[in-house]
Design a protein around this ligand. Structure first.
Ligand code: COS
Length: 378
């Protein structure tokens, strides 16, 4: 897909920022597991924390294609910073942008979009992941308040977020019709944190457990109407899949870049590896897969921007880009040989970070269910 001049200029700007400021720190971030607060501040200054949100609500006033390019370029050098951006923008910001009333937008969307506050999204529970309608967290109405009880798990940026959008059920017997979406603010009475997870990859990203014990929130924190929560979350995930596709694409591109550079600078029998036909074959396969992933991601973004159906295409983009990215990261390690499994080169980090793209925000199996239902009907 040919990008417009404006999209290409934006791509150059984000690439420049990612290469100059984030790339030199990506290895240390992975080693120390420290959250990149300084990059959050820089992304806010560069208006990257809510690229697609209109300027009147604190965003950059651009579109989903710009946003996908931003996530891709940042993911190309650092998966941890990329997942922060994707989770904040697609999962923390979007539900309020999409389903919030004007008062909620003024209160939460503007500071989230400006990057002054961090957003997060609590759907997954210890016993409800892929089956999103099986939410066990309950909500009870109590005068002008709601009382929440339950727990959420594997929540990106959960314990550092200022604003978290969660689901809870009024009545499990009602299935997805009984689920509502709520805004919970840091410090709400009865809201606490379990442990942050130690993960295979994305070490600079925080993955938390959230606990609600008679947690009290005002009635004004309901998003949409009671019972709208499942659909708000499904539609949020539809867009989120584009951003995870973009991140998977970026990480895969990073692995390809590393493999190309290594094959040109390292020799076998006196000749650069890049002169070997078997290496050329691997590079060609990786590059073709990555380009196909890029087309799917950009297409899903362009459809969303045009107001056209994009559910199937977003699921395809996430499924294909994470599969292609994993394959590329694996081949990049093969091209590096044993050096590829050491931390001298970034490819071992890329494969660990990329693995999470196949699982988070809906596994590949879930994406296939979504795609098949769009083609075959339910
Ligand atoms: N976009 C918009 N609406 C959707 C939707 C989507 N992608 N998927 C389902 N819906 C709507 C349906 O249209 C239906 O509404 P109506 O009854 O008015 O038609 C309602 O939601 C229930 O749909 P369905 O019966 O298909 O829901 P299921 O319980 O069968 O679940 C899947 C469908 C598996 C697709 C859903 O549970 C899912 O996406 N799970 C994965 C969740 C996930 O990604 N978790 C990762 C962690 S969150 S970061």
């Amino acid at each position: 897909m040919i990008l417009s001049d404006a999209h290409r200029q934006f791509q150059t700007k984000v690439r420049d920022f990612a290469e100059k400021e984030i790339a030199p720190c990506a290895r240390d971030l992975d080693r120390t597991g420290e959250f990149p607060w300084n990059f959050v501040k820089r992304m806010a200054e560069l208006k990257l924390t809510a690229v697609y949100v209109p300027e009147k609500y604190g965003g950059a006033g651009l579109d989903t294609l710009y946003y996908s390019i931003a996530v891709e370029e940042i993911g190309r050098v650092c998966g941890s910073t990329g997942i922060f951006l994707a989770a904040h923008s697609s999962l923390g910001v979007f539900p309020i942008f999409y389903a919030g009333n004007e008062e909620q937008k003024q209160k939460w969307l503007i500071p989230l979009a400006k990057g002054e506050k961090i957003g997060s999204f609590g759907l997954t529970e210890p016993e409800a992941g892929s089956d999103a309608a099986a939410t066990k967290t309950t909500v009870k109405s109590d005068g002008d308040k709601y009382i929440l009880n339950g727990a959420k798990r594997f929540i990106t940026s959960g314990s550092i977020a200022d604003v978290i959008i969660i689901t809870a059920t009024h009545d499990p017997a009602k299935g997805y019709h009984g689920i509502s979406a709520f805004v919970v603010e840091k410090g709400a009475p009865g809201f606490s944190y379990g442990k942050d997870e130690e993960k295979l990859g994305l070490h600079g990203s925080i993955t938390s457990e959230l606990i609600f014990e008679d947690c009290v929130i005002p009635k004004e924190n309901l998003l949409g109407q009671e019972g709208d929560g499942f659909k708000i979350f499904m539609e949020t995930l539809d867009g989120g899949r584009i951003s995870i596709g973009a991140l998977a694409l970026g990480i895969g591109q990073g692995a390809l870049d590393a493999a190309v550079s290594f094959s040109k600078t390292h020799k076998k029998s006196g000749k650069p590896l890049s002169k070997s036909q078997s290496i050329q074959s691997m590079i060609a396969e990786m590059a073709t897969d990555i380009e196909a992933a890029r087309l799917l991601v950009y297409q899903a973004a362009a459809l969303k921007d045009a107001g056209l159906p994009f559910v199937k295409e977003a699921a395809m983009a996430k499924y294909y880009a994470s599969t292609a990215g994993m394959k590329a990261a694996n081949m990049a390690i093969d091209i590096h040989g044993l050096l590829g499994i050491t931390d001298t080169y970034p490819v071992e980090r890329f494969i660990r970070d990329e693995k999470l793209m196949e699982i988070g925000e809906g596994t590949s199996e879930i994406q296939k269910i979504v795609i098949a239902r769009q083609i075959l009907g339910k």
